[in-house]
Structures are given as structure tokens and as C-alpha cells.
Design a protein around this ligand. Structure first.
Ligand code: ADP
Ligand code: MG
Length: 231
């Protein structure tokens, strides 16, 4: 079985090389625990290797995302221009015409989002790509029918698992009902939990298909220049 590395050496070592190819992974934790930074780094590592990426952003515009990672030394724009990075911007209130390689969808319209995702997947057919959804919590905030959001997430996961090499969903804890988080945890193949206790950041692998892992907490730091240092 092939594995898909995150590109963060120590985490990949814990995962025996990476997450299983074709898997859906959930990153869950309170806001500010480092989930987005890990995703932004994973995306950049895959782009640098020549893989492509579908990045669905819900809690910041694509412009803000590109600006933010630039501050940390990652040039996303270069990869938007060469077609390797496809950003789908669903930031509410910002429904604009697609431009400069960015695409847009209304976060309150799950059908539109599905259609746009399928379009991006077709554009990347024959290439290796990962998909990142940061954060799916916003889908629950903006859509009244929570069961529909759950169905949307599980259909994105099952329809993507034979197209992309891995899918990553980020969720902020403390916003939705635990019921929804738990059903997503049961649908996905892997769960990485993030937290902060006594001023120390940690993550743990609470579930990973086809991988024997310890469920202990691993403490880490984020350095000034945005490096993840496992302690
Ligand atoms: N590139 C970076 N360099 C330094 N610190 C960072 C960087 N990215 C994030 N951080 C710090 O890590 C914290 C957690 O970031 P983030 O990944 O956005 O959390 P989450 O997505 O879990 O809400 C931020 O509040 C910030 O203090
Ligand atoms: Mg975040």
C-alpha cells in the first residue's frame, strides 16, 4: 500500500511514512491549535514535489490565504499561476467571478460546491493531487440542515478517495454539536486530534486505518518562522 506523507518528517515517521493512499483524514481541535498551519505546510510540500492540490477555504478568502502563507515563506501564487494549486474560495459574502486561477462558490450552496469540486477534479485528472478542506465547521455554521452537511462531507470523501491521493478535513471543536463531529470521525479513515494543555501544544493520532499507531500525545512547538518542532 502506498502512503502519502505530510512532509513533516517526525509526524510521517509516526504514521509509518504517511497516511494510507486514498484515505480521508480529519484534523480536529479547538481554534488556534495549529491545524491550519500543518495543512498549509502539507500543501506546500506536495506542490514542491510536483503534486497538485485542491484547497477549499471557508474561513478566509483565497487572497488572504495566499497573503498569510507568504508571510511564512510559502509562495502559493506561483502554483496557482502554473495550475498546480486550485483554490476554491467559499468565504461567505464574497461570491465573485472566477479570476486568476481562483474559483468561488457560495458556502450556503452545497450543490454548487460539489459541482465546483468535481470540475477541479476533472481538471486534475491523470495527476496526483491532495484535497484540503479548511474548515468544515463553517459549513455547519452557514447551512441549517446539518444532516445535509454530513452527507455532503461523506460524499466528498467517498467520491474523492479514488481520485485524489488523500483528503484532509479540518474541524474546529467547540462549535458544532459533538454528534456531528463524532459521525465525521466514524466516516473518515484517520483522525488527528490537536490541543493545548498547560501552555503546550500537542497532537495525537486517535485513529488511522491500516496503521499501527500509539495514541499518546506528542508535544510540539511552532517557531517564529512557522516551523513545527516535535518535542
Ligand atoms: N507560520 C507561523 N509562524 C508562527 N506562528 C504561527 C504560524 N502559523 C500559525 N502560527 C501560530 O499558531 C497558532 C495556531 O494557528 P492555526 O494553524 O491557524 O490554528 P487552527 O487552524 O488550529 O485554528 C496561531 O495562532 C499562531 O500563533
Ligand atoms: Mg484554522
Amino acid at each position: 500500500m502506498e502512503r502519502v506523507p505530510l512532509g513533516i518528517k517526525k509526524i510521517d515517521a509516526l504514521l509509518k511514512g504517511g497516511v494510507p493512499e486514498g484515505s480521508c483524514i480529519l484534523l480536529s481541535g479547538e481554534p488556534g491549535t495549529g491545524k491550519s498551519l500543518i495543512m498549509q505546510k502539507l500543501v506546500y510540500n506536495h506542490l514542491k514535489k510536483g503534486n497538485s492540490v485542491i484547497y477549499v477555504t471557508t474561513d478566509r478568502t483565497s487572497e488572504r490565504l495566499v497573503e498569510e502563507v507568504k508571510d511564512y515563506g510559502m509562495d502559493y501564487f506561483k502554483y496557482v499561476k502554473n495550475g498546480q494549486l486550485k483554490i476554491l474560495d467559499t468565504y461567505v459574502g464574497f461570491v465573485r467571478k472566477s479570476e486568476k486561477g481562483f474559483s468561488y462558490a457560495d458556502i450556503r450552496d452545497l450543490t454548487e460546491i460539489s459541482i465546483k469540486i468535481e470540475k477541479l477534479r476533472r481538471e486534475l485528472e491523470g495527476r496526483k493531487f491532495v484535497e484540503v478542506y479548511d474548515v468544515i465547521s463553517e459549513l455547519f455554521i452557514w447551512n441549517k440542515d446539518k444532516d445535509l452537511v454530513l452527507r455532503f462531507i461523506s460524499s466528498v470523501c467517498s467520491s474523492g478517495s479514488n481520485k485524489s491521493i488523500a483528503l484532509f478535513f479540518v474541524i474546529n471543536e467547540g462549535i458544532e454539536d459533538d454528534r456531528y463531529i463524532n459521525s465525521i470521525k466514524s466516516v473518515v479513515d484517520g483522525v488527528l486530534l490537536f490541543g493545548v494543555s498547560e501552555d503546550k501544544r500537542w497532537f495525537k493520532i486517535s485513529k488511522m486505518a491500516k496503521t499501527s499507531v500509539s495514541t499518546k500525545k506528542h508535544y510540539f512547538n511552532i517557531t517564529e518562522d512557522g516551523k513545527i518542532r516535535i518535542l
